[in-house]
Write a protein that binds this ligand. Structure first.
Ligand SMILES: [Zn+2]
Length: 300
């Protein structure tokens, strides 16, 4: 009886009786549709490789044909059952992975996996630069909405890229000069936390694609903060943003291979000196390149 009660309790959660997430509203059917049958908790949960940690990425394998949600949001699953899960800088302390599939009689079944997300300590970085690249607040406010709209539109562009299956590589090798997740203070004024990792390299250094992908944004002119910005979709919800470039050598829609030179480094936008900023996101969760690609120093 306990098991059935637990299954029903889980099923009630699965049916989404609580309000939709503000980040991704659950799709709703026609108001007159009959409610879908409640799945029963049964079967083998997905296999997870790696440890969930803030800013980290794990890989996994689900049942063929299964669908997944992480905290209620749909997770892309490849035909072979492979998937990745990213954990935001502020994720945690746990996340619920639900796998849904059909039983032999077409009956809805589900598994639930509660993943503990390990917390991290974030450093404070003091940056000797004005908060908004020397522009006045009015200029910034005028330019920023259109820039952000382009970034949002780029991230919404799903592609068939398979680079998410690869071990990601740094776009440039060198001394890491900025750390993911650090709370930034610009000449005494607190800004948002640093959403990527910086590698200090001279202007004109070739910037390489971190993994196979499709170009989803290549700015024709520098953005206020990012400067010349190149974004590459790696598929399965994973994408890279490469900032402060002096030159971009690919165009939107281009397919790129891991390690392919795609741009030259620079110091455009809000930068105190030449470097490559690598921002990595999975389904909107900001990830730490250091966790997925190892150290930026040393050989490839
Ligand atoms: Zn940076």
């Amino acid at each position: 009886m306990m098991r059935i009660a637990a299954a029903l309790a889980g099923a009630a959660v699965l049916a989404g009786c609580v309000g939709p997430s503000p980040r991704a509203p659950a799709p709703v059917g026609h108001p007159h549709d009959p409610p879908p049958p409640l799945p029963v908790l049964a079967g083998t949960p997905p296999r997870i490789e790696g440890v969930a940690v803030q800013g980290g990425l794990v890989t996994g394998t689900a049942r063929p044909g299964a669908t997944l949600t992480l905290d209620g949001r749909a997770v892309p699953v490849a035909a072979d059952g492979r998937f990745i899960l990213g954990f935001d800088r502020d994720a945690g302390p746990s996340a619920l992975l639900v796998q849904r599939y059909r039983g032999p009689a077409g009956n809805p079944l589900a598994t639930e996996t509660r993943l503990a997300v390990a917390p991290r300590a974030w450093r404070i970085e003091r940056v000797d630069a004005p908060y908004r690249a020397g522009k006045t607040d009015a200029q910034f406010a005028a330019a920023r909405p259109a820039e952000l709209a382009q970034i949002v539109a780029a991230r919404a562009r799903a592609t068939d890229a398979a680079g998410w299956r690869q071990r990601l590589r740094w776009p440039a090798r060198g001394r890491q000069s900025g750390w993911f997740g650090a709370q930034r203070v610009y000449q005494g004024k607190p800004g948002s936390y640093h959403s990527g990792a910086d590698v200090a390299v001279p202007t004109g250094t070739p910037v390489l694609a971190p993994a196979d992908g499709v170009v989803i944004l290549a700015t024709p002119a520098p953005f206020t903060l990012e400067g010349n910005l190149l974004m590459i979709d790696h598929g399965s919800g994973l994408n890279s943003a490469l900032l402060h470039l002096s030159r971009i050598d690919v165009r939107v829609g281009d397919h790129v291979r891991q390690g392919q030179p795609v741009a030259l480094s620079g110091a455009t936008g809000r930068a105190t000196g030449p470097h490559v900023h690598w921002g990595l996101q999975w389904m909107g969760a900001k990830l730490d390149p250091l966790l997925v690609a190892g150290s930026s120093e040393g050989g490839r």
